[in-house]
Design a protein. Structure first.
Length: 65
C-alpha cells in the first residue's frame, strides 16, 4: 500500500464520518425544532458537518492512484 492509498482511505473515511455526524446532529436539530427549543445552532453545525463530509468524499478521489 503506497502513501497515496493511505491518504485516500483517511480522507474518504473521515468524509463519511463527518457526513454521518452531520445527519445525527440534523436529527437532533429537528427534534429540538419540534419541541420548540433553540434549534438554530444545532442546525448550523449540522449543515457545516454535512457539507464538509460531502466535500471530503468528493475530493478524496484525487488521492486514488
Amino acid at each position: 500500500m503506497n502513501k497515496y492509498n493511505g491518504l485516500y482511505y483517511l480522507i474518504s473515511i473521515s468524509g463519511i464520518l463527518f457526513f454521518s455526524a452531520g445527519l445525527c446532529v440534523l436529527g437532533e436539530s429537528i427534534i429540538k425544532k419540534i419541541n420548540e427549543q433553540n434549534w438554530f445552532l444545532a442546525g448550523t453545525i449540522a449543515l457545516i458537518l454535512i457539507n464538509a463530509g460531502v466535500c471530503l468524499m468528493i475530493s478524496s478521489k484525487d488521492y486514488k492512484k
